[in-house]
Design a protein around this ligand. Sequence first.
Ligand code: DLL
Length: 432
Amino acid sequence: MIWNSQDETMPREELRKLQGKRLKNIVFNAYERIEFYRNKMDNIGVKPSDIESIEDIVKLPFLTKDELREVYPYGLLAVDKKDIVEIHTSSGTTGKPVVDAYTQRDIDLWSEVMARTLSMGGTSRNDIVHNAFGYGLFTGGLGVHYGARKIGAVVLPISGGNTKRQLSVMKDFGSSVLACTPSYSLYVAEAAKEEGIDMASLPLKAGFFGAEPWSDNMRAEIEEKLNLKAIDIYGLTEIIGPGVASECEFQNMLHIYEDHFFAEIVDPVTGEQLSEGKEGELVLTTLTKEGTPMIRYRTRDVTYLSTEKCECGRSLVRMHRLLGRTDDMLIVRGVNIFPSQVEQVLLRVDGIEPHYEILVDRMAQLDYLEVRVEMNDSLFSDEIKYVEKKEKEIEHELKEELLISSKVKLVEPRGIGRSEGKAKRIIDKRKI
Ligand code: DLL
């Protein structure tokens, strides 16, 4: 189901022209109204008049998360404070939070791109959207809320937490669409099992999951346990929140709403723009946002792009589901490791649940890597020698994938803490 056929299927040449026009406009405004951007452009001798088309974007300087922190909280406002109607921030666990300040038109844009997103999984005004993303400064809750309202569906603004209540609300009101983090959806399925509720008896048909890394194997598990079609949705606070990109019903890479958010892939070290299909860091530019425009923002998310035509008929470029982050890459004994690689391996193994933690420490000058994974009930009730055999088997599989050895510890069912929001998977004790 295509929400906005005209914009989502626009011929690519026309789209490039529109992007160029919008870029020119946003750069002009940012230069005029935001001292921070003016200084950055002056420093490298670029003027707004140097920007004629979307190809000229490479002339502009990058914007990094550290710079956003320097201008916290209001340094990137392009409008008067009185024109701002809502503010969201990231959780800021690693420093000052990043800020997104929206004008009414930005909220309208957010509603539009989220209506597109929810439509991709077939949401219509006949649906009941069970929104278990957190409401608050985090963008997940309100982003999905605005999209569902725009479509005219019913929203259940339940937010995260209180999992038993989630289940009774789902049952009583007949939730047909679920939105939450992928890890929380599995937690809900697990709670349903404990409560003796058969998920297949509920009317859920689609789920929109994002805000944290997950994999195709995890998708298969979610689809099976929750009996729904699982759609990957991507976004970040700095750009707008969720509603930057989403999979369509073909579940084959995420369409970026590039009439509003221009995407580039760059080499994370040299910053050089990479061609289609090459893996690198995603850089995003907001082409229409008024409150806090972002120009060439380095997301630190790693992916690649494809303009190959999708079966759904949209002409929008697609990005592969995230392959990792330039900053959550762990370097253990000199080898680069992404948590997604560990997850891929774990999801292939029987007898365990997809709840895990990766612990890195340094012992006697040597990096030590430990992966803790939960057993399922049946492995847990097996003899200890089977458990040990399983640990060895996973250690072997991990070594094949990561090329370094690790210690695997199987823990009891529900032995790993659950999160109602984003799961925290890495404990790196070396930094403390
Ligand atoms: O997580 C926005 C969001 C809410 C997206 C709800 C999807 C659904 P932040 O808290 O600013 O915003 O975190 C953004 O989360 O740079 C990615 O590293 C990661 N992320 C977001 N979506 C996905 C996804 C929201 N589908 C950061 N897959 C991003 C993997 C994701 N990682």
